[in-house]
Design a protein around this ligand. Sequence first.
Ligand code: C5P
Length: 397
Amino acid sequence: MKIVLGVGGGIAAYKSAELARLLMQEGHQVQAVMTAAAQEFLRPMTLAALTGRRVLADLFAIENAIDHIRAAQENELMVVAPATADLLGRMANGLADDFLTTLYLAFTGPVLLAPSMNVNMLAHPAVVANLETLKRRGHRIVEPGVGYLACGMTGPGRMAEPEEIAAAVGREAHRRRDLEGEVVLITAGPTQEPLDPVRYITNRSSGKMGYAMAEEAAARGAAVVLISGPVALRPPFGVELVTVHTAAEMRREVLDRLGPATIVIKAAAVADFHLSRVPPQKMKKTAARLSLELDPTPDILAELGGRKGDRLLIGFAAETENLVEEARRKLRVKNCDMVVGNLVGSAEVGFEADLNEVVLVTSTGETVTVPRAPKREVAERIFDEVLKLRLALHAAQ
Ligand code: C5P
C-alpha cells in the first residue's frame, strides 16, 4: 500500500523512524512528510534512508511546487505519528500552513492518527474537541498509551508503540472500504417515555456504542442512517441523523426508512414500558404514594425479525448477568442474525463508558468474544464479524 507517514514535532518523532522501518518491512511504499518542528527532533535524512525516498517538508521549495497534490493523489492511506496537539488543531480546523497540513486537505483516503503529548495537554478541552472533530470525520485514532512521558509525568499521552501503529495500518490495508454499497440503519441511545408534559422515564444509555457503529460504517464507505434517542453526542460527519424521543417515534422512523437498508443495527436501549395515555397536564403532588400502570412498548427488533427479507439484522442485549444465554435467547426470539451482548452495570464498560467488551452470538451458532477496547474498535470488530456472517449465510443458501 502507498502510505504517507506524517511526522509532527514531538519527542515521539524518534519512534516514527521505527514505524517507517516496520511499514517498509511489511512491503508498503512509504512517503515521509515532516513538519518544521518534527525536523527539530528527527533528521529528514533518517526517514529518507529508511524509506528510500526524499522526505517532503517544504511547501515553498520550487521542486515541490505541486508535490502536495501529487502525494495526495498517489497515496492510499495517511498515518500521522506523532500527531501533536498543534498538528491535531491545525488538521481539525482545516489550516494549510505547511506541506503536511496542505497535503491532508487534498487527501481523500483514510487517515490514522497516533496522538502524543503531555497528560494535561491531552485532557485540555481544546485538544479533546479537536480529536472529537477528527473522529467525526471518520479518521481512526490509535489511542495513546499510559506510561512514563518524556516530560517526567506519568499518565495517558504516550504515543502508541510503532508495532501497534503498524498493526492498525495493516488492518486498514485489508479493510479499505468494504461497506461501500451498503445502506446501514442504526438506532442508538435511550428513549424517553413521558409521564406527563414535564416528566419522563429513560435509562442510562449514552448512545456512544451506536454512534461508534455509525462512525465506523461511514468510514468504511456505507450510507448510514442514524436514528437516535436523546444523547449528548455530536453525530459523525456524512451520516443522516434522525432524532426521536419515544419508542413509538423510533419505531415509526425505523419502519419508514427500512426499505433500502441492507444492514440494520439496533443498538438503542429502547424503553420496555411506557404510559400509553399521557395526562395533558403536569401531575400534582397530592397523594402520599403514586402508582403508575405502564404498558409494553412495541418491540421494534422483534417486529423487524418477523419480516426480515435479505437484510442482516443485528440486535444488542444489555445485561447484568447470564450474558451469553440471554443473547442467544434474544437471537432466537427476535429472529436476528446476530446479537451483541454487553454487560452493563460496571463503571468501566457498557452504558456511559468509553470502553466496551462484548460477546457476539450468531444465527450460524458462532460465539465471538471481543475483548475490552474503545467502543470504536469494538464497532470495527462487530462489522468484521457482520461481513463474515453475510458470507457464511450466502454460502449456506
Ligand atoms: O430490551 P431488550 O433487551 O429485549 O433489547 C434487545 C434488543 O431489542 C436491542 O437491540 C433493542 O434495540 C431492541 N429493542 C427494540 N424495541 C424494544 C425493546 C428492545 O427494538 N421495544
